[in-house]
Design a protein around this ligand. Structure first.
Ligand SMILES: [Zn+2]
Length: 383
């Protein structure tokens, strides 16, 4: 049967009375058909409402063959009169986002001839795909213009036009033309085919905020949030931002400059550290006695390249095996160079010490579960 769709005429009704026309078992739960409903079934990029019908929890709402099915966790007697309660906070936030998206899309279309070619109202944010690439400044101007439409508190009108009225009125999403065409109009801002519930006045949308914009399929994908969700997102960003400002002891307006400065300093320090390590490695290599046939140089915080350079420097103009290593927990990272039997060392490390190593006849490198003492012992046996 055709259920009366309360949400189409008034999006702000969350509590309603209805009669249960049918209740049938469906999977683990039940599917209810009511004579009228304020529950919005999933569609047009917006998720289904949740809530309760009498004491049954409404987990999902879908349209199947023109019928609105409320999927519940328990049965409700057919023929009984029930009270339905939509989870109003969730639904209101969705309407803020959805109506806000209409305002922004209409504004982008008016200002830049940008068409909305994809819309999704997700759990984290709302994505809007447009077919024109815009600069950050252009997007900001559109966002500001959209927020002006919010401030004007314009009525949001939703209705099903007659065929000739639909012919006459220009609206977005022409592809949805059909018997069930429903238009959502905000005078001077937007007119769009849409099946979802909306706020009654643009003032209810609150803030419209473009959080991010990336180039996507020749146009752009915008991540937006409106109303209470935008306010919450702003609070998260604000907290993060002020924490960063506090940590760097700068004003909030100076955070990005301070980060640039820190990154630069950090790069310089890393470079200086590398140079110091390299110098340390060559000094340690020089200290290996001239008559030694093996040596193990222990280093701290050295990467593989430094270990390699140190091992090669110690092995230079000598015969025997020379290694540099760095211990981290139970794992030893090492590089071993020289004229000794490196293949045999690699073989033993792999066989007895869970070694992961390889290289050439003159240099091997890798990691193994071996102590520095044990490795030194192994080196002395393979010179
Ligand atoms: Zn819509």
């Amino acid at each position: 049967m055709k259920t009366e769709r309360i949400y189409e005429d008034n999006g702000m009704i969350f509590r309603f009375e209805a009669t249960v026309m049918r209740c049938s078992a469906c999977g683990d739960g039940y599917a209810l058909v009511l004579d009228r409903t304020a529950f919005f079934p999933e569609g047009g990029g917006q998720a289904a409402d949740t809530g309760t019908i009498r004491d049954a929890r409404v987990l999902d709402v879908q349209i199947k063959d023109g019928e609105i099915l409320h999927y519940t966790d328990r049965p409700v007697a057919e023929g009984s009169t029930v009270t339905g309660q939509v989870d109003g906070e969730i639904r209101f936030r969705r309407m803020q986002n959805h109506s806000g998206e209409h305002v922004l899309s209409g504004t982008l279309h008016r200002m830049y001839k940008a068409n909305n070619v994809g819309f999704h109202l997700g759990t984290q944010d709302v994505t809007v795909d447009i077919n024109v690439a815009l600069t950050r400044e252009e997007l900001f101007l559109a966002e500001e213009e959209a927020n002006r439409a919010v401030a004007r508190n314009l009525p949001v009108r939703a209705w099903k036009p007659s065929a000739e009225e639909a012919e006459r009125i220009p609206y977005r999403s022409k592809k949805e033309i059909g018997e069930d065409l429903r238009l959502v109009m905000i005078e001077g801002v937007d007119c769009c085919a849409c099946c979802a519930p909306h706020v009654a006045f643009t003032g209810q949308i609150g803030m419209i905020k473009i959080l991010d914009a990336i180039h996507y399929k020749g146009g752009m994908r915008l991540h937006i949030l409106c109303g209470l969700d935008a306010e919450r997102a702003w609070e998260t960003v604000y907290r993060d931002h002020s924490r960063a400002a506090g940590a760097m002891s700068v004003r909030q307006t100076e955070v990005s400059e301070a980060v640039d400065r820190l990154l630069q300093e950090n790069a310089q320090l890393r470079h200086a550290l590398r140079e110091a390590k390299r110098k340390e490695g060559s000094l340690l290599a020089e200290r290996v006695p001239r008559d030694a046939d093996h040596a193990l140089i222990r280093m701290e915080d050295a990467d593989m390249q430094m270990l390699r350079e140190t091992a090669l420097a110690s092995a230079k103009n000598r015969s025997g095996v020379y290694a540099a290593c760095c211990e981290d927990g139970g794992t030893l990272t090492f590089a071993i160079a020289g004229t000794g039997d490196l293949n045999r060392i690699a073989f033993i490390l792999r066989r007895d010490f869970a070694g992961r190593c390889g290289g050439s006849a003159a240099l091997i490198q890798g990691t193994a579960a071996i102590s520095a003492e044990k490795l030194e012992e192994l080196l002395s046996g393979c010179t």
